[in-house]
Design a protein around this ligand. Sequence first.
Ligand code: 5GP
Ligand code: MN
Length: 340
Amino acid sequence: MKEETLKTVIEVLQKSKQIAIVGHKNPDGDAVGSCLGLFHFLKNRGFNVTVVMPNDFPDFLKWLPGCDTIINFEKHLEEVTTVIENAEVIFTLDFNALNRTGGLGEVLEQAEAKFIMIDHHQQPDDYAVATYSDVTMSSTCEMVYHFIEKLQGKNEITPEIATNLYAGIMTDTGSFRFPATSATTHRVIAHLIECGANNSEIHQNIYDTNSPDRMKLLGVALNNMTILSEYNTAYITLSQKELDDHNFKKGDTEGFVNYPLSIEGIIFAVIFIENKQESITKISFRSKGTFSVNEFARSHYKGGGHTNAAGGKSDATLTETVSEFISILPHYKNALNHVS
Ligand code: 5GP
Ligand code: MN
């Protein structure tokens, strides 16, 4: 974090008491973990803090310390609007543009509070008085750790904080295997364990709580996988019916898109998920090496993210979206065959 950013953060916090912390729509482990980690830290320092999410988060995160205090905008619109209106400072965590919060974005745009952004996504928007953005970071949770460190708070990391930050780093790094996992990430993780994060228990709570329906849905997804060897690409589709047949719950498809990347030679993996309620096809992209799915998602699917993990959406049907995708691929043939 730049010195002037830190200076602004300290000045803003000195003058404030009411704080709101906001994560992105469809919050993942990093969004929930970073918001709750920062929540405990600021609360313990005497601030009035509320964590707000645009919509619900997956059940496999519903044990994280403090998660029962989170207010969901989709369910409690008025309560969240009041929190945002009354906030003097709003932290936005794990996203880079207010529209990543869906309808909550309009409420945020009206807010009088000063914004502080902590995020590791590419091309951050310029809405905050203090922007702590670092695209080389493994996760926003790792950044919250460094943020606490900069505020001289390393000795204040409680087991609650450590557990939340550990969970977010673990999920965003694919259990410490994605390239953004650095030696520093491991040092942070080691310290979080010393501060009371129970690494084995956290892993079990997140990864070993599958429902039989979810495992069967994974079977369907893998069965639907199509491999396009010419483009070193594989994609998966899931229709609304397939989701309904397996009592789909938020978070059930998390991680499915990574499976095709484990096939030798595949460097680009995509999952298309039909969402009839929102009349969209939600898309997740993953890649290996230099092929930027951030650029791909930005160019074609109103999305974005990181070089190797991004998302977007299409207003077309599932079948149309897949056909369009296949028609785009020839433009990337060269890039997909010369990845370093
Ligand atoms: P996932 O595919 O796991 O939902 O998301 C992968 C990465 O892309 C995450 O860092 C997420 O924040 C980002 N992402 C997912 N969907 C979108 C989207 O619709 N727009 C943008 N800008 N980023 C997205
Ligand atoms: Mn993240």
